[in-house]
Ligand binder design. Structure first.
Ligand code: PAF
Length: 286
């Protein structure tokens, strides 16, 4: 089964116009390729949400704050298309950089508040580049619904804010993080881990869950941070960029589970930066 691949906004619009004229609704799953089971779960959810499904594949140079990371990002379009073909995806939109950012392109979308801190503090320009391309992808596809993974939890908050602020007529659906059997959150960057790093990587998820369990039982994160850092160092991790608790409703910094929260972390394993997050709910006291 082969999959239709479209490279320009004009061809994409023509396809979507025909579907909408026939009364179909459209879901989009934006990706940067190197598809794994987490992406495929988003595609399965997209099929339940709408009659037509578009997957986008664009390694967006504007959201990389580091030229080495952009150069090393896996590019596997043929394999990606082969994975999508049997899943009932209607179209793969894979524009080139020139189609997405023609000469003279000069607009940036910047979302204040939720973009600040966490990855926003450590990856300057990342969320501006991400928000700009996501806004373009949502406008180009005209999708009724767009699906994103909770693994990039701060990204999800930025996208929700952006679609509300710009009145984009799209519903954002979040899907839970898909994990390997040993707990490691699926990520295209995992392909860059060597065998030893891959063996150490699940420690990030384990430390997050153990810390989240203590917070749920009443502890404050500020008292647990040092231990969590030591556990990661012992497992073989390099610098921990952040380990933070944020309230789920307004994404403000919190130190305990008096409100439903997310515990989020970013840490380096060799030259690979891994991020992960888990929900934290206070255990009700009798
Ligand atoms: O999560 C990603 O893969 C990217 O940030 C996204 C949303 C496709 C925008 O480039």
């Amino acid at each position: 089964m082969s999959l239709a691949i479209v490279r320009t906004p004009a061809d994409l619009r023509a396809a979507v116009r025909a579907w909408k004229a026939a009364g179909d609704t459209v879901a989009v799953v934006p990706t940067m390729g190197a598809l794994h089971a987490g992406h495929l779960a988003l595609v399965a959810a997209a099929r339940r949400e709408a009659g037509r499904v578009i997957v986008t594949l664009f390694v967006n140079p504007r959201q990389f704050n580091n030229a080495g990371d952009l150069a090393a990002y896996p590019r596997t379009e043929e394999e990606d298309a082969a994975k999508l073909a049997p899943l009932g995806v209607d179209l793969l939109y894979a524009p080139g950089v020139e189609a997405m950012y023609p000469p003279g392109f000069a607009t940036t979308i910047s979302v204040a508040g939720v973009s600040e801190g966490l990855c926003g503090a450590h990856r300057p320009g990342h969320f501006d580049g991400m928000a700009t391309v996501v806004a373009k992808l949502l406008l180009q596809t005209g999708a009724d619904v767009a699906l994103f993974g909770e693994k990039d939890y701060q990204q999800l908050q930025v996208i929700r804010r952006l679609t509300r602020d710009l009145d984009l007529p799209v519903r954002i659906v979040a899907c839970p993080t898909v994990r390997e059997a040993d707990g490691l959150a699926m990520s295209s960057r995992n392909l860059r881990l060597d065998a030893q790093q891959r063996a150490a990587a699940p420690a990030l998820a384990h430390v997050l869950s153990a810390t989240a369990a203590e917070i749920a039982a009443g502890a404050a994160l500020s008292r647990l941070r040092a231990d969590a850092g030591h556990a990661l160092a012992e497992a073989g991790f390099g610098p921990v960029e952040y380990l933070e608790l944020r309230a789920e409703d307004d994404f403000s910094v919190v130190d305990d589970a008096s409100r439903p929260a997310r515990l989020l972390a970013a840490a380096w394993l060799g030259d690979v930066r891994l991020i992960d997050n888990v929900p934290v709910r206070a255990i009700p006291r009798p």
